[in-house]
Design a protein around this ligand. Structure first.
Ligand code: GAL
Length: 354
């Protein structure tokens, strides 16, 4: 709750600042140039997106403190899970004079209105986190995508789980030589949902772990929904569940919440694993409720988004640039940040004073 409030507070501050700049047509201090970036997120209550935007805004503040000539102003909207609302927001961002728009699509299969409006106004668009299909991305040369490779996150998740299961043979509680598991999945149709589920299971098999799927259930990235689904799964399978694979930390923590609510003793709980490395996810690994998580590099994605936006707005050839972590644009379109493994053994590297 605290996080949502601070993100919302930050949005208001940013909107106000941008509105004042727009209203007065003035530039702060002696700065000679202002660039305006519009952002619309699919849902401001999504934990990972909230944290990514916090990092993005901190990067913008840092860029403004460093560069005495140019001011970056940002106007951010929450589409609240409606593609229609998001289309209207993009229209508004264009009419408010944004130089570039960053879009976290609500419906990744339906960017056509946004692309048409942007092309008409000649405003470049960086899509992020929710990947549009190639055909749409390649339909105009001023469209870009920043995200990560979903299959990599699933593979890493499966490998962390396999290593844990090898080190902890007692995790096979019924001793049948096979691990009974359930999966909590993100939104149906999201590139990070199906692919993560499939590749995590593939990785477990490649590591030689015998597994048996009990059931998978969709919980839309959401902690509350995941707790609810976990409750149903526990009612159905009870102590048979030995492993809970999830597509993100919030759903992994939703599963933990249900075991906490039932006051299930540690030795009767399954191994639970997430993806993202959000603040709460890291805390879950630190306190041993999660066996691990996979870092979805929000810092890298946010910085790449700002750097690409600045480059495109100032007319630099984005192909000639190197972005966060030494990455460059592939196919003139994509920046994908790598995922990495987080376990109790290496979590101190991710602490960052939290
Ligand atoms: C995924 C992330 C999820 C959720 C989703 C929203 O990359 O792992 O937690 O934020 O994006 O599109």
């Amino acid at each position: 709750m605290k996080k949502c409030r601070s993100f919302f507070g930050m949005l208001c501050a940013v909107c106000l600042c941008a509105a004042l700049l727009t209203a007065c047509g003035s530039k702060p201090g002696n700065r000679t140039r202002e660039i305006r970036i519009g952002v619309t997120v699919y849902d401001e209550y999504d934990t990972f997106i909230t944290e990514l935007m916090e990092v993005f805004m901190a990067d913008v503040a840092e860029a403004n403190a460093r560069d005495q000539e140019t001011t970056v102003s940002v106007l951010t909207y929450n589409a609240a899970q409606s593609q229609i609302t998001q289309n209207e927001q993009v229209e508004k961002l264009i009419s408010k004079g944004c130089d570039l728009i960053c879009v976290n699509l609500v419906d990744r299969t339906d960017p056509s209105m946004i692309i048409d409006m942007a092309r008409e106004a000649d405003i470049p668009v960086i899509f992020f986190n929710r990947e549009l299909v190639e055909e749409d991305l390649f339909s105009w040369d001023k469209l870009y995508y920043i995200g990560a490779d979903a299959s990599e996150s699933g593979k890493i998740e499966g490998r962390i789980a396999a290593a844990y299961l090898k080190e902890n043979p007692g995790a096979d509680r019924n001793g049948d030589g096979s691990i009974q598991y359930v999966v909590l999945e993100g939104e149906a149709g999201h590139q990070d949902a199906i692919v993560r589920s499939d590749t995590s299971v593939d990785a477990l098999l490649e590591e030689g772990i015998k597994i048996e799927k009990l059931e998978s259930s969709i919980a839309n990235w959401n902690r509350g929904q995941a707790q609810n689904r976990m409750s149903q799964l526990i009612d159905r399978y009870g102590e048979e569940i030995e492993l809970v694979l999830t597509n993100n930390d919030d759903m992994a923590l939703g599963a933990v919440d249900e075991y906490d609510k039932r006051e299930t003793a540690g030795d009767k709980r399954p191994a639970i694993i997430g993806i993202d490395g959000t603040k709460v996810g890291l805390e879950g690994v630190r306190n041993g409720k999660l066996i691990g998580t996979v870092y979805n590099d929000k810092e890298g994605q946010a910085l790449a988004m700002l750097q690409l936006a600045q480059a495109v707005i100032s007319g630099k050839d984005p192909d000639s640039l190197s972005f966060a972590d030494g990455l460059s644009l592939t196919e003139g379109k994509y920046i994908r940040l790598p995922y990495s493994e987080i376990t109790p053994e290496n979590i101190s590297q991710y602490d960052k004073g939290e």
